[in-house]
Design a protein around this ligand. Structure first.
Ligand code: NAG
Ligand code: NAG
Ligand code: NAG
Ligand code: NAG
Ligand code: NAG
Length: 349
């Protein structure tokens, strides 16, 4: 039997498919080609799993609301940057540097490590971690692979110009360094204001190194209310209220980071863009459904993390905190939405 398809039929079927697709298909294209993530436990998605440290969480009940269960994310479900990359249209989460197998590194890599800080020694009383300087070294390894993939450093840099560089670090330089004088001498050596200057001088040196590897679009995240975590409240025995000293230090750091961002924008106005994200601008209270703001959803041990295999609270969406340090997925969704809106406004297009 001869089959001769009418050209008009092919065309109209094609148009129907296209119009259906424009309404319903998930587009393969993300709004930026790549995202590289630097940070601590708020962004870690598995880098600490095989490190000798107590700052890891690849056990239940972490990941109870994550499709694959525990993955090394310090929350019940997705992290804030997970949400942001989803909103940007990425089909898969940005893989941890510790395991990029089966992933396309051209879409980005996550270097974040629980307990890590800007300073090498931060968090080391808990065991190993990948501090910001080592995250940069790991990025150089990925950079070299991208140079080979794309056929030269000029082509690699041109490509990497278009990526986002998300940097959310510094909390541990306080809670796992400066405010633990039994382990670290920093608070005896430096006033709070000298300490911020040391942290930001290092931070800005790492940013210069990133620029040399083609980074142009930066998201610099300020610190949250470090004195309001259940861990801070419990260890300082404040009878339920936030630890003012911790919040002041965090806000000093964030104020100066925000000035640094202005300064970097002025210095590199011709070719780079830095945005500052204020992590304390959103108040999380009962108006958003968060009725429990100062207790963790999962019963936590001495180290502030969930006790392995413990049963967490049922209504997780009413809790700000998942364990004694880290926020729940519902808080992370709000944070991730704020990040996405800022990126769309200032870094896209
Ligand atoms: C590495 O990542 C792949 C793809 O996401 C996953 O299937 C595999 O289980 C991971 N391996 C390890 C050792 O985590
Ligand atoms: C702690 O809070 C409880 C309940 O609000 C109150 O009864 C108690 O007096 C407080 N204790 C101190 C030392 O402030
Ligand atoms: C915050 O900054 C002010 C002014 O620079 C300083 O006096 C204060 O000691 C700082 N506090 C903390 C906790 O960093
Ligand atoms: C962040 O937002 C809070 C609340 O609106 C504000 O008090 C603070 O000054 C802001 N911090 C920075 C560094 O912009
Ligand atoms: C959890 O949810 C149930 C039912 O919605 C409610 O009765 C209970 O008060 C909630 N518990 C907390 C701690 O919010």
């Amino acid at each position: 039997m001869a089959t001769k398809t009418e050209p008009w039929l092919v065309l109209s079927l094609l148009l129907m498919v296209i119009s259906f697709c424009m309404q319903h298909c998930v587009h393969g294209e993300s709004q930026v080609p790549c995202v590289f993530i630097f940070g601590d436990s708020q962004s870690d998605d598995g880098n600490n799993n095989n490190l000798p440290t107590s700052a890891k969480c690849n056990y239940r009940p972490y990941g109870i609301d994550f499709p694959e269960g525990p993955t090394g994310r310090f929350t019940n479900g997705l992290t804030a940057i997970d949400f942001t990359t989803q909103f940007l249209g990425f089909q898969r989460f940005i893989p941890p540097f510790a395991n990029t197998s089966g992933s396309d590194i051209l879409k980005g890599v996550n270097y974040a490590s629980g307990a890590a800080g800007i300073l090498f020694e931060t968090g080391k009383h808990l065991g190993a971690n990948i501090y910001l300087g080592a995250q940069l070294i790991n990025h150089k390894v990925i950079y070299s692979k991208i140079v080979i993939k794309l056929g030269g450093s000029e082509k690699a840099k041109q490509y990497l110009n278009k990526c986002l560089y998300y940097m959310n670090i510094g909390s541990n330089d306080y809670i796992n360094n400066y405010f633990l004088p039994q382990y670290y001498p920093t608070s005896r050596s430096y006033t709070p204001s000298q300490y911020v200057d040391i942290l930001l001088r290092r931070y800005s040196q790492y940013i210069q190194q990133l620029r040399q590897l083609g980074a142009r679009k930066y998201i610099m995240v300020g610190l949250g209310l470090l004195g309001c975590t259940p861990n801070s409240i419990a260890t300082r025995m404040t009878n339920g209220s936030c630890v003012q000293e911790f919040n002041d230090a965090a806000s000093n750091f964030s104020n100066k980071l925000s000035s640094l961002v202005d300064q970097l924008n002025a210095n590199f106005y011709a070719d780079s863009k830095f945005i500052f994200i204020n992590s304390t601008s959103q108040s999380l209270d009962s108006s958003l459904g968060f009725t429990v703001t100062n207790a963790p959803c999962c019963p936590s041990g001495q180290n502030g993390q969930c006790i392995p295999n413990v049963t967490p609270c049922q209504n997780r969406s009413t809790y700000v905190f998942w364990d004694s340090f880290h926020t729940t997925q519902d808080v992370n969704r709000l944070t991730g939405t704020g990040l996405y809106n800022a990126i769309k406004l200032y870094l896209l297009g």
